[in-house]
Design a binder for this molecule. Sequence first.
Ligand SMILES: [Zn+2]
Length: 199
Amino acid sequence: MRWQTGRRSSNIDDRRGRRITRRGGAVESACGLAGAATGPFYCPRDHKVYIDLSFYRDLKERFRAPGDFAQAYVIAHEIGHHVQNLLGILGEVHASQRRVGKTEANALSVRAELQADCLAGVWAHHADRVRNILEEGDVEEGLNAAAAIGDDRIQKQSQGYVVPDAFTHGSSDQRMRWFRRGLQEGNINQCDTFRAASL
Ligand SMILES: [Zn+2]
């Protein structure tokens, strides 16, 4: 994956972000055990993305978000966290979260997650421009996946009601909106969810 953003001054060293672990059972990450139960995540301590491939079956069957581009979106979102890490954003978010209460910490998490969605869109924008990766239906697949793993939809499925204060990733609408924004703009400067008045 290439993060060509046109913002050379950000000096992103993306080499370590390319390593993706693919294994069947649970593996030890520097952030704890990684496996089917944890879902995909990025570990800032070892700079690796962990995805148990059974997640893709869940994405297709449980979340009803099939397609190769839905899968690419998930990886791009996690690599987006790597970019946030390299830019110092993740560290700042985690430090702020330690100083505030639960609701505010969740709100910060939502902003960080929506930014990762936007960065995933930025990746797709440039990957398509350079290598023509997008086929018909891909954008819809990605948006559908973003919506499928929105907090409101997951809460509704699992507990039957929605508690916005408990959101950690953003609603389906928000996730689609920020992914689409990155995809259309292709510029990480358009992904400042922390200063956005409305998400
Ligand atoms: Zn995330």
